[in-house]
Design a protein. Structure first.
Length: 181
């Protein structure tokens, strides 16, 4: 059985290319981070269940410690564990806020809406709306004055084991890149 699973930041090469495209900083003024940022991630997994996730985000630094933004999400699954292959597509968006409590460490909250597809016990494909409220935190490791690698752990406080869900667990662990512009 072959299994490949990794998270590839959507903007992995942008922080490397951005310094070459930007004008050199003025010697009189140190560079200041941009208030606007973007980033996201791409998730891939190939095995009995193929999984592709694309999740771009855009946000604004309200203060040096507080930021907020929105994201989009698309998830494709192809499950080949059964005699019949099952393919689904989920899509939606989220609103998020972060509060930096110490150098690099943040608390985070998010509201997410997904239109997700699943197969019921009879094998019929169903579509449903799914909303989640996440709370958690993470760490942002600077890569340059305007770019950071971010890792977070969020808990879905509205998760219910007894209802169909796009998530296998209330915990969602993520990683991605944030770049200022």
């Amino acid at each position: 059985m072959r299994r490949i699973s990794f998270l590839l930041p959507l903007t992995l090469l942008l922080p490397l290319a951005a310094p070459a495209l930007a004008a050199p900083p003025s010697p009189a003024a140190p560079p200041t981070p941009s208030r606007w940022f973007y980033g996201g991630g791409v998730g891939l997994s190939f095995d009995d269940v193929d999984y592709i996730s694309i999740s771009p985000v855009i946000g604004y630094r309200i203060t040096p410690a507080v930021s907020a933004g929105l994201g989009l999400q698309y998830i494709y699954r192809d499950d080949n564990r059964y005699a019949q292959s099952y393919s689904t597509s989920d899509y939606g968006g989220d609103l998020f806020a972060r509060y930096y409590i110490a150098e690099g460490f943040f608390l985070s909250a998010a509201y997410e809406y997904l239109r997700f597809q699943y197969f019921d016990v009879n094998g019929a494909q169903q579509s449903d709306d799914y909303t989640s409220v996440f709370a958690g935190g993470g760490f942002a490791q600077p890569m340059s004055p305007n770019a950071a690698f971010i890792v977070s752990a969020m808990y879905n406080v509205t998760y219910d084991d007894n209802e169909p869900s796009p998530y296998d667990s209330p915990w969602v662990i993520g990683a991605g890149v944030s770049v200022g512009f």
